[in-house]
Design a protein around this ligand. Structure first.
Ligand SMILES: NC(=O)C1=CN([C@@H]2O[C@H](COP(=O)(O)OP(=O)(O)OC[C@H]3O[C@@H](n4cnc5c(N)ncnc54)[C@H](O)[C@@H]3O)[C@@H](O)[C@H]2O)[C@@H](O)CC1
Ligand SMILES: Nc1ncnc2c1ncn2[C@@H]1O[C@H](COP(=O)(O)OP(=O)(O)O)[C@@H](O)[C@H]1O
Ligand SMILES: [Mg+2]
Length: 286
């Protein structure tokens, strides 16, 4: 297993060209957040916006609209039960993120099927949380797209059939190869399975063991893969690394890290990473 280093950040986070506009940095469409889990999709959307995606649209339960706009006026809203609107927002996206707080009832399943029916091979599709659980339970086929799964160990057990205690690199890779997708297996020292390589994240802290931490990562993967779309899988690696690097820094002075704090720290963190490597350790949160 290859250990990720902060080098990945310097490779991926490039200065923005002068001659650019929001369309240069990709569109992210996020789908999730039922009546009970609105916070999950708001956290994911916040992460996508703060990662620098050009345009972010959140397809969620109508009841979350006010909270979304109050927290994150940069995001646009769509009702996730409006099949036609979701279909066109999914088709137009650089990256689609589906699953944070989606839930696992009949409505959730219908929405997930609509998303899967409208993605195309050139798009990135981040499948997280409830969407992984639903796919496994309903035995849904994986749509043709550049698929990135972000399961925790139980979600990976459901999807892969490999029990948590048996999730070895060899077994995980065999399932990854069958899926032909990128797998971000989240835990302490998260593992990332790409087509060619297995990476391990050597950083991260138990201060991250807080609800919404994975929703935030899913939004960051969405934001990075849209903004840095030419970087391919490296954008996923950079998002995973940045998520825990920021958390480690916050955890120097806090017992726990709140997921939205990671998102809010992203713009200044990314500015430091864009700078020369020798400068990047100097207190980016100050
Ligand atoms: N504020 C919100 O709205 C939140 C909504 N959430 C959403 O709630 C839905 C259900 O997700 P959950 O993950 O809570 O529930 P799940 O039922 O999918 O997974 C939790 C179960 O997995 C087990 N488990 C084993 N290993 C684990 C590991 N390494 N990490 C996490 N759990 C592990 C736990 O003990 C528990 O029994 C998702 O759609 C998620 O996005 C959660 O993210 C929590 C916050
Ligand atoms: N002890 C830990 N050490 C490092 N990272 C952790 C630890 N516990 C949780 N995390 C990270 O927090 C996130 C949890 O994801 P997930 O369980 O999907 O959260 P949620 O669905 O509540 O948002 C993952 O990125 C995981 O790697
Ligand atoms: Mg999760």
């Amino acid at each position: 297993m290859k250990k990720l280093t902060d080098q990945i950040l310097h490779e991926v986070i490039q200065p923005r060209p002068d001659n650019s506009f929001k369309g240069t940095f990709g569109k992210v469409t996020l789908v999730g957040g039922n009546r009970n889990f609105g916070g999950a999709i708001i956290m994911a959307s916040t992460a996508a916006v703060c990662s620098g995606a050009g345009l972010v649209t959140t397809c969620t339960d109508q009841s979350n609209s006010g909270a979304l706009h109050a927290q994150l006026p940069e995001a646009m809203f769509a009702d996730f039960t409006d099949d036609q609107q979701v279909a066109s927002l999914v088709s137009a996206a650089t990256t689609v993120v589906v699953g944070p707080g989606l839930g696992d009832d009949e409505t959730s399943l219908h929405i997930l099927k609509n998303v899967f029916a409208n993605v195309s091979p050139a798009q990135n599709l981040v499948i997280d949380g409830s969407a992984i659980t639903l796919m496994a339970r309903e035995k849904l086929s994986q749509p043709k797209a550049n698929v990135i799964y972000t399961p925790h160990e139980m979600e990976w057990q459901r999807l892969s059939g490999i029990k948590i205690g048996d999730q070895t690199e060899e077994k995980n890779r065999a399932v990854r190869d069958r899926l032909d997708a990128t797998v971000v297996l989240k835990k302490h020292h998260t593992e990332i399975y790409t087509a060619t390589t297995t990476y391990q994240l050597p950083i991260g802290t138990p201060a991250q063991a807080v609800g919404g931490m994975g929703d935030t990562l899913a939004g960051m993967v969405g934001g990075f893969t849209a903004e840095f779309k030419d970087q391919g899988t490296k954008a996923v690696l950079a998002a995973v690394y940045a998520h825990s690097a920021i958390a480690d820094k916050i955890a120097e002075s806090q017992y726990i890290v709140l997921p939205h704090q990671i998102s809010r720290a992203l713009p200044s963190f990314m500015k430091k990473m864009e700078a020369a490597p020798q400068e990047h350790h100097i207190g980016f949160l100050n």
